[in-house]
Design a protein around this ligand. Sequence first.
Ligand code: GLU
Length: 290
Amino acid sequence: MIAIPRQKPVFRFAPSPNGPLHLGHALSAFLNRDMAQAAGGRLLLRIEDIDLTRCTPEFEQGIYTDLEWLGIAWETPVRRQSDHFAEYQAALTTLIDRGLAYPAFLTRGEVKARVAAAGDPWPRDPDGSPLYPPDDRERSEHERQAMLASGIRHAWRLDMMKALDFIGEPLFWEESGDGETGRIAADAARWGDVILSRSDAPSSYHLSVVIDDALQGVSHVVRGLDLYHATAVHRVLQTLLDLPAPIHHHHRLITDADGRKLSKSNGDTGLADLRAGGVTADDIRHLLGL
Ligand code: GLU
């Protein structure tokens, strides 16, 4: 019998270099490393730096320093998203050509004004942000082309209802994390017309993450529960772009004393500050209950 080589599981830790890493990142990195080791798999590090206004080389260097200190090894070369804008643009073009994406001209202020002017409560996505108003989706092709030709700043958004119609069947993902587990129904409609390419960056989190996970052969996505619902959007994009669906594990979030999710401005839980205060990598594992 011929032995068919089995692909090794591939895990990735994918921080954004827009602030110092904190305890929540350490949990994510440790879980990715521990699960990769237990599965005999590989661990990749990906730098998610599409937001060039907030990401800096210093924060990127901080990620390497913190991970080394934690004793976590990753494969090189590291994929840095800002080196791959052309790949994200190519995927966006595919969606535009199929009529599933439209140029979005409303500014943040205009969206806010629409929401404020509406009599009824405006629908919100799982993160609490108002859904993008229908104005741009409803424009005629003629008007759209005229606006594009005039050079108005714009983003690109997915026409979610059209995309779901195009897919034509319910989507699911496999979940093994700290929330609901098993086969999870992906409810992407509640996100509305998500952003695919920003007006200030030629991609978006959702678009880059599904392309990178596919190109890097990621089989297991281990990340915080704050991204649990975003997985529905990722399943839609994976299906539209014919990309494989990884298995997901969304882990518990580390909260501050008031029960709030840690943010990059929570200096006291920053790994570099903890290290400077004499805390060891082992202490961090204990602090995290690992
Ligand atoms: N870059 C994201 C973050 O720093 C994580 C993305 C992901 O794991 O899918 O929160």
